[in-house]
Ligand binder design. Structure first.
Ligand SMILES: Nc1nc2c(ncn2[C@@H]2O[C@H](COP(=O)(O)OP(=O)(O)OP(=O)(O)O)[C@@H](O)[C@H]2O)c(=O)[nH]1
Ligand SMILES: [Mg+2]
Length: 449
């Protein structure tokens, strides 16, 4: 990271709009001096001081609380001042103007947390967890983010790092004796340590995958022929009558979106118009929009009337969906047959028999959707994770595999692969990062965080 511009920054930390209190934050070497000019008082560290906030020409902006956190024992590691004013955009904007007049600069999104990262108050995964906690859509996701923020994920990564270091030490000790063969005891020890690291890595990947599921979830489109029960299924999953249901084919025209939380896993789901060659121009537009939604989603639930049979459903799906679109055939209206509700394997697909009307088989669908999002089991203890983390862990796994292929023959190559594994792990914590990556991560934060 290039030498950061450490000018004192200021931002409104509370949500925009009207509220009881608005908090404006300062961080940087000039924080205290600026606060003194604003208030005329000499604040004691970490004590709430009631004071008046005034512009440079002495006009009173508001009366409120000032809190001073001297660095390095502050969120950013720098001197931080918080001003608690009356809530409302006019007062907080005015305060911000006054602070910039006294020499502060408006903060970029995530800049407070970026400074905390650059000052080693947090590693990169913890900084990401701050954003994930703020953005979390369920209590489970919030708990997972808090676990990452408290360093659970970082601790596991550190344990892997030290395992890899020990492995390298063992191998590199032999590099000084190129003519000697590895003795069997060392070979066994290398194999045992590699296996232990692999097992820890797999456990970490499983937890991180669950964490990513809680954060990112899945986008799902409901598609299929008219009258198959698409809107009924949306209503069943949403738990209320979101969409109009009638026995007239072609009822749904507009795409209708719902945001579900399936045991904390966020699922964005969209109901669409039934696909058919419609004569009515309004319905034609509905079909066009349906196809667009089906193309955009991560996954499609292809709904068919069970009485038409699975093969007909698959043929219709092949006709209605793009070849690469992942889908699950749903055989709806199982209540009208003797067949048992639930999921079953059919070739590459997992198909599900259910009834949107009675709710039979819906549990299988919910489990299936959670699994598609990456949520496996109900084990507690997920921590928040992102695609970026899963990609890095993948690279660690590949490098570890390759190191095994070089053992016991070419120790040098094996050691190099272990180094590559460690580099991939360092990208997680941010010991090795590019400006681009930091920019990407912190720009998605809100201003003032
Ligand atoms: N018996 C039974 N009827 C169902 C079931 N699901 C839906 N229906 C009925 O099938 C008809 C069509 O349902 P909708 O949910 O409107 O179907 P749709 O696929 O959204 O239809 P379009 O919007 O026209 O494409 C309605 O009369 C529903 O009550 C089911 O599981 N069992
Ligand atoms: Mg419908």
């Amino acid at each position: 990271m290039k030498a950061p511009n450490r000018q004192t920054i200021a931002a409104v930390a509370t949500a925009p709009g009207v509220g009881a209190v608005a908090i404006v934050r300062l961080s940087g070497g000039e924080s205290l001096a600026i606060a003194k000019r604003l208030t005329g008082i000499e604040p004691a560290p970490r004590r709430a001081e009631l004071c008046e906030f005034r512009t440079a020409d002495g006009r009173q902006i508001d009366r409120g609380l000032l809190l001073y956190f001297p660095g390095p024992n502050s969120y950013t590691g720098e001197d931080v001042v918080e001003l608690h004013a009356h809530g409302g955009p006019v007062v907080s904007d005015w305060l911000l103007d006054a602070l910039t007049g006294f020499g502060a600069r408006a903060a970029e999104p995530g800049e407070f947390t970026l400074r905390a990262f650059l000052n080693d108050k947090l590693d990169l995964m913890q900084a990401e967890a701050v954003a994930d906690l703020v953005d979390s859509r369920s209590r489970r996701a919030a708990r997972a983010a808090l676990r990452s923020l408290r360093g659970r994920f970082s601790d596991e990564v550190a344990a892997l790092q030290s395992g890899l270091t020990q492995l390298r030490v063992l191998i590199e000790a032999w590099l000084d004796f190129p003519d000697e063969e590895l003795d069997p005891a060392t070979q066994n020890e290398l194999a045992a340590r590699r296996a232990a690291i692999r097992a820890d890595l797999e456990a970490l990947v499983a937890e991180a995958t669950r964490g990513a599921a809680l954060r990112d979830g899945l986008s799902v489109a409901i598609g299929g022929p008219p009258n198959a029960g698409k809107s009924s299924l949306l209503n069943r999953l949403a738990g209320y009558d979101a969409a109009i249901v009638t026995d007239i084919p072609g009822t749904t025209r507009d795409a209708l979106r719902e945001r579900l939380s399936l045991d904390g896993v966020p699922i964005d789901i969209v109901d669409t118009a039934g696909l058919r060659a419609a004569a009515d121009p309004v319905e034609q537009e509905g079909v066009r929009r349906a196809k667009r939604e089906l193309g955009r989603a991560d996954h499609t639930l292809w709904i068919a009337d069970i009485r038409d049979g699975l093969e007909a459903a698959l043929a219709a799906a092949a006709d209605g969906l793009e070849p690469d679109q992942a889908f699950t055939p749903i055989l709806n209206k199982v209540d009208l047959t003797d067949e048992a509700p639930g999921g079953f394997e059919h070739g590459p697909h997992r198909a599900i028999r259910l009834s949107a009307l009675t709710g039979a088989g819906i549990g299988s669908l919910v489990g299936h959707l959670k699994a598609l999002a990456g949520w496996s089991g109900e084990a507690a203890g997920a921590f928040s994770a992102r695609r970026r983390h899963l990609d890095a862990l993948d690279r660690v796994r590949e490098a570890l595999e390759r190191s095994g292929e070089h053992l016991p023959g070419s120790l040098e190559l094996a050691a190099e692969e272990l180094r590559a594994a460690q580099t991939a792990l360092s990208e997680l914590t941010g010991e090795i990062t590019s400006d681009d990556l930091l920019g990407e991560i912190f720009s998605s934060f809100c201003i003032g965080k």
